[in-house]
Design a binder for this molecule. Structure first.
Ligand SMILES: *Cc1c(COP(=O)(O)O)cnc(C)c1O
Length: 377
């Protein structure tokens, strides 16, 4: 199968230098970390990776988590108290939605990527409460960017703290791959709490939070999803550090990726499928009904192409889609093959599954994010 659903955007997961570093790490440290970070699971390799991530994101400090899901739980649990107020984008990733829910705070979900709606809600809320604005940097199902400069301004005007989950921006955006913040030229004052995952463009596994030394120290002391779990294997930390170096220095990977994205978008336009809003490697093809999305995904599968159909409740009702993701490892020929097969498959669709054009408004319907139940056929 030729896959168009991996988040290994830069093709780093299989880079021989990363693989060799993990081998060395295994020889040195063995397999498991043996305990949590605060017991004896934290090795020099973890410490060095945290330093590397802080430098890479130009923040004073960084803390490793075993997964992005756990990092988000830790952020919300540690930085909020019961009566605080959290403002979240309606299309945020399920892990953020779950983390906000579990924190037991007051929640307001503002319209997708809409700073004006956010401002109105901030103006109407009690200023004595601690307020957090929480958003994906790049939205995981739509591939569009959050309007971070406007969100940062709104946060500044209302004394709120902006938290950005940059799972899909890190490695892909910014000249050094530093992510959405770098793309928009924002610094750690604009975005005091930055979360990044290591399982996507970095090609490894795990996650981190970066920010002020005080904030990072609070997470270390209080985030239950950091404290009460086994540290990531040290060998993984060794390999990940090499991977972060490749992300930063090998910008040809981003250039190649961007070429493939442009080629796909042009191809989709030519076959009458309007590409999505963002130029990121997440390229959704909106098909409307869950049935249409499943039918097209199954037909692609029969042609050797793995493209997942993403359906409600992962995305709002009426916005079922193919979620195509590209990698620097895809060739032009492979991208062309996807476009050609899509064209053939769409032509052969039964009448009642032919997709209807979608309005942008439908994107603002609420998602019932009950975890990612996206499906590879
Ligand atoms: C993938 C993802 C996560 C979860 O990260 P894991 O390390 O896979 O648990 C969190 N937020 C966003 C936006 C994601 O895309």
């Amino acid at each position: 199968m030729l896959a168009f659903c991996s988040n290994d955007y830069l093709g780093i997961a299989s880079d021989p230098r990363v693989v060799a570093a993990v081998h060395e790490g295994l020889d040195r440290y063995g397999l498991g970390a043996g305990a949590a970070h605060l017991v004896n699971g934290h090795t020099r390799a973890h410490e060095e990776l945290e330093e590397t991530l802080a430098t890479f994101t130009r923040r004073p400090a960084a803390l490793l988590f075993s997964t992005g899901y756990m990092a988000n739980l830790g952020i919300l649990q540690t930085l909020t108290e019961r009566h605080d107020e959290v403002f979240e984008d309606r299309l945020n990733h399920a892990s953020l939605i779950d983390a906000v829910r579990r924190a037991g705070v007051h929640v307001q979900r503002y319209r997708h990527a809409d700073p004006q709606d956010l401002e109105q809600r901030l103006s109407a809320s009690a200023p004595q409460r601690m307020r957090l604005i929480v958003t994906d940097g790049v939205f995981s199902m739509d591939g569009d960017l959050a309007p971070l400069p406007a969100l940062a301004l709104a946060a500044g005007r209302h004394g709120a703290t902006l938290v950005v989950d940059d799972a899909h921006g890190l490695g892909v955006l910014g000249e050094r791959g530093e992510g959405s913040c770098g793309h928009f030229g924002l610094n750690s004052e604009d975005i005091p709490v930055l979360m990044g995952t290591l399982g996507k463009a970095v090609g490894s596994a795990g996650a981190f939070v970066a920010g002020s030394a005080t904030m990072i120290e609070s997470l270390r002391q209080f985030a239950r999803s950091y404290i009460y779990t086994t540290a990531m294997p040290a060998a993984l930390a060794v390999g990940t550090r090499v991977a972060v170096g490749l992300v930063e220095t090998e910008s040809w990977r981003r250039e190649r990726l961007n070429q493939r994205v442009a080629r796909l978008r042009e191809g989709l336009r030519q076959i009458g499928l309007p590409p999505g809003p963002g130029g990121t490697p997440i390229q959704p093809v909106l098909l409307g009904s869950a049935r249409a999305a499943s039918t097209v995904a199954a037909a692609l599968y029969d042609n050797g192409l793995l493209v997942p159909a993403i359906r409600p409740p992962t995305v709002p009702e009426g916005t079922a889609r193919l979620r195509i993701t590209l990698s620097a490892r895809h060739t032009d020929l492979q991208v062309d093959r996807l476009v050609e097969t899509l064209q053939t498959v769409m032509r052969a669709l039964p009448e009642d599954t032919v997709p209807q054009p979608l309005s942008n408004a439908s994107q603002n319907r609420d998602t019932i994010a009950q975890g990612d139940i996206s499906e590879c056929p």
